[in-house]
Design a protein. Sequence first.
Length: 177
Amino acid sequence: MKRTTRWMPTLTVVAALLGCTGATGIPEDAWIQTAAEESAPLGGEALAMMKREMERAHRDMGHFRTTLASLRERKDRSGSIQLSKFVDAYMGLHLGPLLRSEWQSRHPELMALDANLRLATAEVLIQLRDPRRAEQVLDEITTRFAGRGSLLVEYPVGNRSTLEEALQLLNESKWRG
């Protein structure tokens, strides 16, 4: 009799985050979300938990941005390569599933946080010198937030601007690296 364990997906995630696997990318179907899960309305504690997850991910992306800038200033190529692998795994395993649904881009309590998290993702991708993926994120932001260019976001870091201004700044910086 073949025995399966419920811990295998968790171990796979941990191994990928620690760089123990030889895989270079995250499979597209790693986190399959059913239509019922995506369309389930959130309120109360579930909404608060989603907000905390998004805030934590936003802080993580800020730390990654700061560390990548520091490594670049010190010309630490080895550290940059190692961190970029970790950040890539983090984005694929944690951030991707968190941002996959569209409802949080329309939810009044989460839309600004969702936009900030997506802008931070684009900025980190630019620092990783991956303008193709940064362009995909910026295109998705433009699509998801169409007609809401006046939404206030926290970009550049420490400042407030409209989403339209933030997108323009990121579009200009993606080619500078």
